[in-house]
Design a protein around this ligand. Structure first.
Ligand code: HSE
Length: 413
């Protein structure tokens, strides 16, 4: 089969954009070359010859010789406009912009269908791990029950560095930024939003469920204090930011992003620093484990390169699960066993939100509760800015336990 020659118009020349340029330079077998690079900042000194660069997006979008647009900018709104226009002009698109994809998933599906051009985005989830293509292709004939994973490199780096090297949260975050792992707005990482966008994309390819970002609950790592870290250390556990999705007996899917205690038996336990890891569970194959670098210039560029390479043989996502006969739905009515750390003075507030409490502890400043809480009640307390707490998940509670109605605001007054 003869492969297409690709003429690339690249948007963005930051950490990943330059990484991709270097990786393409070293991949001689691939018939793909960067023709034009569109950037925003005219004053920034560039690492390669000036004649590549333009500041006008139309120099790429209106160039008929460019058949592939690679979008690697970090402004999700501007990225969507570029991707939309490129698809409308029947140019194939490769992007790693998870926020943009998650916020516009339905429109992007429609654009691909209408203009019959591929949009590939392996680099958007877990950087170097080929997880989207595996969920899309490999698990087609298998019964995928669940997946869980560490899908954000920056937070894993921060959690590893603070727990192992005993450096401060701020120092670890600064290191993650310097190494090019973090988003320009690092609260997307530390607040669990980046992981949520990735989870949204993964459930579309794993289960054929398309949701809006606000339908997935996310907690980040920014409220974790010494109390939880000391608890983890004492019990020989690690705290990891985990995105998970699982089917119940009725085939409904629950999913969320919450920091989680991971024990030494879990394959996520040794996924440290910038590495990501995903465990899939299927009915007949049992579990698989994917491991790889989850952020950084070259790991992300390698996934973008793989997408570019796939375009040379006309690969596109078929969204097989979206087109399956049996439509799956989200069911966020689940119970979770968690540790909730709170301020000493708030000790009385939280107990009403728990289904049951198995352990509690109080010192001079703070305390914690270990017990079972519904995801709805967790959302309710997390939405109240005057409550200061952190939550670490042990495990979702298996189905079969009765879940109370979510508590109203009145429960707090
Ligand atoms: N900020 C992201 C992360 C980059 O740390 O995982 C890769 O998606």
């Amino acid at each position: 089969m003869s492969r297409k020659t690709l003429n690339i118009g690249l948007f963005g020349f930051g950490c990943v954009g330059y990484g991709l340029y270097q990786v393409l330079e070293q991949t001689k077998g691939l018939k793909a070359n960067v023709k034009t690079i569109c950037v925003k900042n005219k004053d920034k000194k560039r690492q390669i010859a000036e004649e590549y660069f333009t500041y006008d997006k139309n120099d790429i979008l209106n160039d008929p010789s460019i058949n592939v647009v690679v979008e690697l900018i970090d402004d999700a709104d501007a990225a969507f406009e570029i991707v939309k226009e490129a698809l409308q002009k029947k140019k194939a698109v490769v992007t790693a912009n998870k926020k943009m994809i998650a916020e516009h998933f339905t429109e992007l599906l429609e654009l691909q269908r209408k203009y019959e051009v591929p949009l590939l985005y392996e680099g958007a989830c877990c950087a170097s791990i080929p997880i989207i293509r595996n969920l899309e292709e490999y698990y087609d004939n298998d019964l995928l029950e669940s997946f869980e994973g560490i899908v954000n490199g920056s937070t894993n780096y921060i959690l590893t560095q603070t727990a192992v090297k005993n450096i401060s949260y701020a120092e670890a975050l600064k290191e993650a930024q310097e190494k090019g792992y973090a988003e320009s707005d690092p609260t997307l990482d530390t607040g669990g939003f980046d992981a949520k966008y990735k989870l949204l994309i993964l459930i579309a390819h794993a289960f054929g469920i398309v949701v809006k970002p606000w339908e997935i609950f996310n907690l980040g790592i920014d409220n974790i204090s010494d109390v939880e870290l000391a608890y983890a250390r004492e019990k020989n556990l690690k705290i990891k930011l985990v995105a998970q999705a699982f089917k119940n007996a009725k085939g409904e899917v629950s999913c969320f992003v919450i920091p989680k205690f991971v024990d030494a038996q879990s394959r996520l336990y040794n996924v440290d620093d910038v590495y990501n890891g995903v465990i899939t569970k299927t009915t007949f194959a049992d579990t698989h484990f994917f491991l790889g670098k989850g952020a950084g210039a070259y790991p992300t560029a390698s996934a973008v390169l793989s997408d570019i390479s796939a375009l040379t043989y006309d690969y596109k996502y078929e969204y097989k699960k979206l087109n399956q006969e049996e439509e799956l739905h989200l069911n966020q009515n689940v119970l979770l066993k968690v540790l909730l750390r709170h301020r000493k003075e708030d000790v009385g507030i939280y107990t009403v939100y728990f289904e049951d409490i198995s352990e509690s502890y109080l010192n001079h400043h703070s305390g914690f509760i270990i017990g079972t809480i519904s995801l709805d009640n967790l959302k309710a307390i997390s939405g109240k800015p005057y409550l200061k707490h952190s939550v670490i998940l042990f495990e979702p509670v298996p189905e079969g336990k009765k879940i109370s109605e979510p508590l109203s605001l009145a429960a707090l007054s």
